[in-house]
Design a protein around this ligand. Structure first.
Ligand SMILES: CC(=O)SCCNC(=O)CCNC(=O)[C@H](O)C(C)(C)COP(=O)(O)OP(=O)(O)OC[C@H]1O[C@@H](n2cnc3c(N)ncnc32)[C@H](O)[C@@H]1OP(=O)(O)O
Ligand SMILES: CC(=O)C(=O)O
Length: 470
């Protein structure tokens, strides 16, 4: 995943609109392209502080300065694992590097947030003394990084209570989500005295990602009833923008911003929602700039179908509602979700059938294969009288339609002018929509049928048209 300068600027503008305090725009040391992007973000004149990641090395600070940032996220490895195995140094050398780089950055006018990398595996006395020395050297803020996501909430809160009582600068929390505890640990740190939280939109980040902004913000705002200063109505749009520009999809079941977070399928849930949306929604979707979605499938009930039809501006009586629901469940049983287009087609078809059912199909049989002539027979009610006919054709649809044509001869000369077929949702088991144009005595009608079975969809389209014509 690599963002262009334009992408980074678009995201930074959106984050600023959202109301975040600090935007870490990149690591200036990475490349000239990265520096150009950071410079472009810094040139936007946003309200947020623009920050670059730096190692405890003066050359990283020089690149940050050349990128016109306001601040640096200066990262010092603090666990013995990181110090001795990764850096191949010792604690005192790292302390010295952190102090000198802090002083250097401060002398050049940068705000410094000094981070302890892998702090959750560090010796706490060493960590606290390093923090104290760096604050002495000019660090404005400190940060505790749970680099591989090893914290649990109880320990996090206790650690933050301990560290914040020992240091004089505000302490931030930076969590990774390796065990899915990023949000819980971030909240625990805030309870323990953290003054800032490092978060990412949609929880993106290395490996399993970082703590997600939307989860932390909405937990604080909604569950703890505290203000964050974030314009929550922009959360969903920001999530979509980041997903689109990074090419990282959001899991459908991701809290708050996932595609399904405000989508309801279960009939019992929709029934509850109609009485009061809070029965099955923790917050109203509008709070984070989303809309509620009702999807129909095999778990639908009368309430969901009625609601979905109402949103389409369609109203049905009880009989029609049962017929629509039966067809929705039939599709659901075939493992399909019923799309809006599917529902609209089903509903319109049912409404037409119910309005003028002079010709009603009772039964059809069709035989088809590579060694038989396609043959169909139909039993219908035409003007209340039973009619039975049979016919051969070029295929099962042709044979069935030919037998229907024979069966309605008493009504006059009905011609099939056009026939179109579409699989609405794709796949061989999808809902098939058949559109036909029929004519009689100079009058023309267009009608449709929608079923998972192409023969039945065709029959339905033709009978719909015939009923409207007569
Ligand atoms: C937890 C986080 O670090 S999040 C930030 C992640 N961001 C990035 O990694 C930025 C993108 N990275 C890069 O472009 C490159 O890795 C660079 C330009 C930073 C360094 O590239 P290279 O010089 O080729 O080094 P390489 O990537 O192989 O190894 C990293 C070096 O940084 C050192 N290093 C790692 N972290 C730190 C740190 N916080 N402070 C000082 N040195 C560090 C490593 O010990 C290693 O040094 P070595 O080359 O002397 O062994
Ligand atoms: C700095 C950082 O990303 C970390 O230690 O997790």
């Amino acid at each position: 995943m690599a963002l262009t300068s334009e992408d980074k600027v678009a995201i930074a503008r959106k984050l600023d609109e959202l109301g975040v305090n600090v935007i870490e725009a990149g690591s200036a040391i990475t490349s000239e392209g990265e520096r150009e992007s950071i410079r472009a973000v810094a040139a936007e004149g946003l309200n947020a502080e623009i920050c670059s990641y730096c190692r405890i090395m003066k050359q990283d600070v020089d690149f940050a300065l050349a990128s016109n940032v306001d601040s640096i996220h200066l990262v010092a490895p603090v666990s013995d694992l990181h110090i001795s195995v990764k850096l191949r140094k010792d604690r005192e050398t790292v302390r010295q590097m952190a102090i000198e780089t802090t002083e250097y950055a401060r002398e050049h006018g940068l705000i410094v947030e000094l981070s302890g990398e892998d702090a959750s595996r560090a010796d706490m006395d060493f960590l606290k003394s390093l923090y104290i020395d760096c604050v002495e050297a000019g660090a404005d803020r400190l940060c505790f990084c749970d680099t591989v996501g090893l914290l649990v909430p109880e320990r996090t809160e206790a650690l933050f209570r301990d560290i914040t009582s020992a240091v004089r600068a505000p302490l931030s929390i930076h969590c990774h989500n390796d065990f899915g505890l990023g949000t819980a640990n971030t909240i625990a740190a805030l309870r323990g005295g953290a003054r800032q939280a490092h978060v990412t939109i949609n929880g993106i980040g290395e490996r399993s990602g970082n703590t997600s902004l939307e989860e932390v913000v909405m937990t604080i705002e909604w569950l703890y009833k505290q203000k964050t200063g974030i314009n929550t109505k922009e959360i969903f749009k920001t999530s979509r923008l980041v997903s689109r520009l990074t090419g990282i999809p959001v899991a459908p079941n991701k809290s708050l911003v996932g595609g399904n977070a405000f989508t309801h399928e279960a009939g019992i849930h929709v029934h509850g929602l109609l009485a009061d949306t809070s029965t099955y929604e923790p917050i109203k979707p509008e709070v984070i700039g989303r809309e509620r979605k009702i999807v129909l499938g095999k778990h639908a009930g009368k309430s969901s179908v009625t609601l979905a039809l109402k949103e389409m501006g369609l109203s049905v009586d009880d009989t029609q509602l049962h017929e629509v629901l039966d067809r929705v469940k039939e599709m659901g049983d075939h493992g399909k979700r019923v799309t809006d287009a599917d529902l609209q087609t089903i509903a319109e078809t049912v409404l037409n059938i119910q309005k003028e059912a002079k010709v009603v199909l009772e039964e059809y049989t069709v035989v088809s294969g590579n060694k038989v002539i396609p043959t169909a027979s139909v039993r219908m009610k035409v003007d209340g009288k039973e009619v039975i006919e049979a016919s051969i054709g070029d295929g099962p649809v042709d044979a069935t339609l030919a037998s229907i044509k024979k069966g309605i001869q008493s009504l006059g000369d009905v011609q099939l002018e056009e026939y179109h077929v579409d699989a609405i949702t794709g796949g061989t088991d999808a809902l098939v929509e058949v559109l036909v144009k029929l004519s009689k005595d100079g009058k023309m009608v267009t009608s449709r049928g929608a079923r998972t079975d192409i023969v039945m969809a065709s029959v339905e389209a033709v009978l719909n048209g015939i009923n409207r014509l007569i």
